[in-house]
Write a protein that binds this ligand. Structure first.
Ligand SMILES: NC(=O)c1ccc[n+]([C@@H]2O[C@H](COP(=O)([O-])OP(=O)(O)OC[C@H]3O[C@@H](n4cnc5c(N)ncnc54)[C@H](OP(=O)(O)O)[C@@H]3O)[C@@H](O)[C@H]2O)c1
Length: 344
């Protein structure tokens, strides 16, 4: 199987290469793509040196799968071209997520949505991804009427340049040096908390990230009846998003029953012994693909509401791992174009 990784030099793209290797994805050949700036650069992968290619009509031919993480503009232009050339695209950008004919898939939650894809499949944004992995089992068991989510999002969610910005500001502060001016975020991010993730567009008082969380959560859960309200906040953490979710169920669900339900759910690990300071933290998500849930408790203001603390690795399950899991599903379910499943 030939696999293209578009955006291979970026924060998500590098993680996709790692995850393909770790999961022994049955790729006969992997070709990394990035911008013209990186073309020709060598990347170490699985004991081999891969050469970064630039996107062009002749370089995109003959792929079975193309994993995209190069931003919406690149996906808008190049995902349909890869699909026309025979690949199935799994796209990490927001470009195609809300299109009616593009499945928006989280491997544990709605894998059947892949059936009948038209060559492009979308990965949700990282905050939605980890939240729906925990909400899916609750929806199936007790129904969900409303979710109020507040996120605490790491800078790697913005990409490599934001990681560098936090690092440079934190280093300057600790050395008592003059801070470099913020260029990625509107304010200093080191030792600060910003109630803005992405932008306020067209006079909207919700950010584009908050709008995505609300719309994508409903699309993945397959239910327009689930009301969702989101506040997204950027915190000075390198990797690992945290979400506080207040979940109003249709049927009664006790904290104990919720804990048991989530402990048996795919892709979820429950860490919930607060008396012993055991609950998930952003650092716990390092290197992990499972979504960590703790602080499961009754909302004292509502008999059918629970509060949950949900932590996930935004670069892995929030982006790269889910993309590779979707690629695995496409392969084993025979949903790649003109190809039977490949096992090694
Ligand atoms: N970071 C996350 O946690 C996360 C989670 C979910 C989804 N996403 C989405 O994934 C995408 C990438 O995010 P990231 O965090 O990996 O960003 P990043 O670190 O800034 O990486 C961007 C990648 O895109 C490449 N690229 C830029 N312009 C290009 C062009 N014109 N043609 C081809 N390649 C181009 C870059 O190549 P060069 O190195 O050559 O510039 C780089 O490989 C975004 O759409 C983002 O919304 C990110």
């Amino acid at each position: 199987m030939r696999v293209a990784v578009v955006g291979a030099t970026g924060a998500v793209g590098q993680t996709m290469l790692e995850v393909l290797r770790e999961r022994s994805f049955p790729a006969g050949e992997v070709v990394p793509f990035a911008s013209e700036r990186s073309a020709g650069r060598a990347l170490d992968w699985n004991g081999a040196q891969l050469t970064v290619a630039a996107l062009a009509d002749d370089t995109i031919q003959g792929f079975d799968i193309a994993l995209f993480s190069a931003g919406s503009g690149v996906s808008a232009e190049w995902a349909p071209r890869f699909a026309d050339a025979g690949a199935v695209v799994v796209d990490n950008s927001s470009q195609w997520r809300m299109h009616d004919d593009v499945p928006l898939v989280v491997s544990e939650v709605n894998p059947d949505a892949l059936q009948g894809h038209n060559g492009i499949v979308a990965n949700p944004n990282c905050t939605t991804m980890q939240t729906v992995v925990a909400l899916g089992p609750i929806l199936r068991h007790a129904g969900i009427e409303r979710v109020v989510m507040s996120s605490y999002q790491a800078v790697s969610g913005t990409g490599q340049k934001a990681i560098d910005e936090l690092h440079a500001q934190a280093t300057a502060l600790i050395r008592n040096e003059k801070l470099p001016a913020p260029s990625i975020y509107p304010h200093q991010i080191a030792f600060n908390v910003l109630p803005q993730v992405e932008t306020f567009k067209d006079g909207d008082d919700y950010t584009t990230e908050e709008r995505k969380c609300m719309a994508e959560t409903r699309k993945i859960l397959g239910s327009d009846e689930v009301a969702v309200s989101a506040t997204c906040v950027r915190v000075p953490v390198f990797t690992g998003h945290s979400v506080s979710a207040n979940v109003q169920t249709r049927d009664e669900l006790s904290p104990e029953a919720c804990r048991e339900l989530l402990a048996g759910a795919p892709g979820v690990t429950v860490i919930d012994d607060p008396a012993n300071a055991l609950y998930p933290t952003a650092l716990d998500a390092a290197g992990r693909d499972d979504v960590l849930v703790g602080r499961i408790r009754r909302d004292p203001s509502h008999e059918r509401c629970l509060n949950l603390w949900i932590v996930g690795n935004n670069l892995r399950k929030g982006a790269a791992t889910n993309a590779v899991q979707v690629a695995e599903l496409l392969n084993v379910r025979g949903l790649l174009r003109g190809r039977s499943p490949v096992s090694s």
